[in-house]
Design a protein around this ligand. Structure first.
Ligand code: OAD
Length: 294
């Protein structure tokens, strides 16, 4: 095997070797929990166990387009709690930025919509936000963008943003949706009035083009670092099977089939503790703290 011992020291030794020049990161909600953002599936604290007040038919409905169209308030009640701005990157985000500073970061694929990778200073061209983000938003009917400042105000107070642009003449393929929008608007006006949604990927929606365009990175990487994800959501989870390099899982719980390849290492621990220990082993601990403090 390329990683000789299946522990954190084995990972550090490999990272120090000249075989490890490019690291691909796959990140999930577990890298942001220490910032105060709940993950989705941890029993008890995860979001899906705490949505009772939204009266959803089932937890994932809050991220489904069909449900959103009927009941956008559930999403906006949640978004008020989740919207970026209130949270600071974790030491794990800082570690990814440090990998970039060391020219070791091939790419950081993230499922997170909290934009904390950007806020930590990871170069934008090295981040692939596979499930979109709160950074931009558009009308679900006419698809035209909606102003950031107005959106920020809606996210702060939990109210539903509606498209204020002139109504477009209906296109044939969009007619059905537009009729729904017209019915739900209180008066027949000249504005579109479609519900605005952040450019977050809801269940059943396609992933952004960047997700697919990034596939060659899986073959370039010498190490795949999978952090803070249950690997339960596809196609994101499939990235873990596309490369040929050693895979290291840093997560509180086992995830996917990581551990089944002869070059896999599974570190069942907190992301922040693990990256600190790796940084210490690499002789980077002070730099890590300096990056995090910024
Ligand atoms: P999950 O909630 O499914 O998994 C998070 C994982 O992180 C769990 O296995 C936890 O054990 C682990 N974890 C939590 N805190 C940790 C910590 N401090 N250190 C180490 N591990 C920790 O979240 P994701 O895998 O990110 O999709 O979920 C994937 C997608 O499902 C999300 O992007 C979202 C959701 O539905 C959409 O909204 C489209």
């Amino acid at each position: 095997p390329v990683i000789e011992t299946k522990d954190i020291d084995g990972v550090i030794r490999y990272m120090k070797s000249d075989k490890c020049k490019k690291i691909m990161v796959m990140a999930g909600a577990g890298i942001s929990t220490s910032a105060g953002i709940p993950d989705f599936r941890t029993p008890g604290t995860g979001l899906y166990d705490n949505l009772a007040k939204l009266n959803l038919p089932y937890p994932q409905a809050v991220f489904e387009l069909g449900y959103f169209r009927q009941n956008p308030q559930a999403f906006y009640t949640l978004a008020k709690e989740l919207a970026p701005g209130r949270f600071r990157p974790t030491i794990t985000h800082a570690f990814v930025k440090l990998l970039a500073d060391k020219d070791l970061l091939e790419v950081c694929y993230t499922q997170n919509i909290d934009t904390l990778e950007r806020r930590a200073g990871v170069p934008p061209n090295a981040i692939i936000e596979a499930h979109g983000s709160f950074a931009t938003q558009r009308c679900i009917e006419c698809k035209r963008p909606f102003p950031d400042a107005t959106m920020a105000a809606h996210l702060r107070d939990g109210s539903i943003p509606r498209c204020q642009l002139d109504r477009l003449p209906p296109a044939d393929d969009a007619k059905e949706h537009r009729d729904t929008a017209a019915e739900s608007s209180e008066t027949e006006t000249d504005v579109c009035n479609g519900i605005v949604k952040p450019d977050i990927v809801f269940f059943g929606e396609p992933l952004p083009k960047a997700f697919f365009d990034g596939f060659p990175h899986t073959l370039e990487a010498d190490l795949l670092l999978i952090m803070g994800t249950s690997l339960k959501v596809h196609p994101f989870a499939d990235l873990a099977d596309m490369g040929v390099c050693p895979r290291v899982l840093i997560n509180r719980d086992p995830a996917g089939d990581i551990g089944s390849n002869h070059d896999d290492v599974v570190l069942l621990m907190s992301c922040d503790d693990a990256v600190r220990e790796i940084a210490r082993g690499m002789g980077w601990e002070e730099e890590l703290d300096a990056v995090w403090a910024k």
